[in-house]
Ligand binder design. Structure first.
Ligand SMILES: Nc1ncnc2c1ncn2[C@@H]1O[C@H](COP(=O)(O)OP(=O)(O)O)[C@@H](O)[C@H]1O
Ligand SMILES: [Mg+2]
Length: 304
């Protein structure tokens, strides 16, 4: 990390333009709203909630902020059944048990009261920190990514609230741990369920949708520079048409990039009907979606 970055200290980005430029340098092409929100989240030290369909760059934005700021990324991947022990901390029972056994076997030489043992085993040494606590305790610049928060049960939001509102965690046996340096917090959601108002209130909100054609061309070109410019245009155009169809799963940016790589591998010089038909599986992952695309785009189904 440069001394200049260090001197700026808590300022993640100095302006929306600075955010756009540095995210770009980190490989992320942000539109104006995204760059502005990233700047604000850093400056106001507010968590950023990003909502949108799969594969539009929600997770990637958090990673790019970390790269751009020379910060470490601490990630909490959410899933059904995620609990406090996995999100926050838990005590290392095995180690505690060993410690108790050791104490009792030495009892003749140096008798130790239960109070003493208890004080011993509820210390840092026996604590297993999980992502939320890890991020709070870090002294280096940190991006905390709470990914796919809509997959957890509502109870986990209560946990998040304590962390997001006060940037502190209370451990009954140890006391309250407060952040010395607030992490840049990013929550992502695919909007499979509504998050609680309490969580939303504490966050800045950014909706990420599919990019416009120009931005998608830039993203594809920056990730697959070898692909011919004409083919990139064709690809982005077809993807846009596919998104207009009523599909189970519309192709995302991730699929556009995959498609570009596929076309390179197959050395496709022009994205004609045949090339589309034979590679449709890279962009559409449901048989019914493929059938619809074949029909609506007037492709020859036999190609597949
Ligand atoms: N603005 C962007 N700039 C560069 N790459 C992007 C951008 N948006 C999406 N991508 C690409 O799309 C992929 C999928 O994005 P990801 O963040 O995983 O999606 P999700 O919204 O599901 O979290 C990324 O790995 C990245 O390659
Ligand atoms: Mg994601």
């Amino acid at each position: 990390m440069s001394s200049l970055r260090q001197a700026q200290d808590s300022a993640w980005f100095t302006s929306p333009d600075d955010a756009a430029t540095r995210l770009h340098e980190a490989g992320y092409l942000a539109d104006a709203a995204t760059a502005t929100t990233a700047y604000l989240a850093g400056t106001l030290e507010k968590p950023l909630l990003i909502e949108g369909p799969a594969g539009v760059g929600k997770t990637e934005l958090a990673k790019a902020v970390a790269r751009a700021a020379g910060a470490d990324l601490v990630r909490l991947q959410c899933y059904e059944g995620l609990d406090e022990a996995r999100a926050l901390y838990e005590w290392n029972y095995k180690k505690q048990l060993l410690r108790i056994q050791a104490a009792s076997s030495m009892a003749d030489q140096s008798p130790q009261s239960w109070e003493e043992t208890h004080d011993d085993i509820f210390t840092d040494e026996f604590l297993l920190t999980r992502p939320l606590l890890t991020a709070i305790r870090r002294e280096q610049p940190t991006v905390l990514l709470v990914d796919e928060v809509d997959k957890t049960d509502v109870e986990v939001e209560g946990l998040l609230l304590e962390v997001l509102s006060d940037f502190q965690v209370t451990i009954p046996e140890l006391g309250t741990v407060s952040a010395t340096r607030r992490p840049f917090v990013v929550l992502t959601s695919n909007a499979t369920r509504e998050l609680s108002e309490a969580v939303k209130r504490r966050c800045l909100f950014l909706h990420l949708g599919y990019p416009d054609a120009e931005r998608e061309r830039q993203i594809v070109t920056s990730q697959v520079p070898a692909l011919d410019e004409k083919v990139v245009r064709q690809l982005v155009d077809v993807v846009a048409r596919l998104r207009e169809l009523e599909l189970k799963k519309a192709p995302s940016i991730a699929e556009s990039v995959d498609w570009a790589r596929t076309l390179i591998a197959l050395q496709v010089g022009t994205l004609d009907e045949e090339a589309i038909s034979s590679t449709l599986g890279v962009v559409l992952k449901h048989a019914s979606d493929q059938a619809r695309a074949v029909k609506e785009l007037g492709l020859a189904a036999s190609g597949r």
